[in-house]
Design a protein around this ligand. Sequence first.
Ligand SMILES: [Fe+2]
Length: 187
Amino acid sequence: MRSTRSAEQAAEQHLGATMPRRWCHVRSVAAEANRIAPAFGDGELLVTAAVLHDIGYAPDLVMTEFHPLDGARFLQTQDAPARLCALVARHSCAIKEAELRGCHADVAEFPDEETPLRDALWYCDMVTGPDGQRLTVDDRLAEIRNRYGSESLVGQFLDIARPELIAAVDRTIERYTAAGIPQPKYG
Ligand SMILES: [Fe+2]
């Protein structure tokens, strides 16, 4: 699982048929990653991580029912690079949700690289709706809250993670616009 092409094949194999809506989301996250990749050091890694970020939702890969962790552990079994596994395990502030779910130590085994590339992955996820539509981060956070409910664990997670998610999105937009890449059309 070292190339974007093999990542796409794996993601399609595990999500394409069983989770078509999730697969639409993933393809759109990857498309945005591809669009902004020239502004980041290792653009192929960004796109590969985008393609694989939600693979842990695949029914045949569920182990803990926390998809960033299940995805990262699956990638470890495929001999994916440690950096790629960690990007998936930590995507979109997953460590905060892991704290609420009681699996913080498991996710913490994967280091958060806290780089522009990591911010860019979070950005791509946070501007992409469940059907692949492009949303502002505010609309995306509202959409997630509506889908899960504000009293749910995910709703609590959003309250905690919101500032970090928005900061990563803002930093990413600043970086790619400075590199001459325009913002997408939202909505
Ligand atoms: Fe996602």
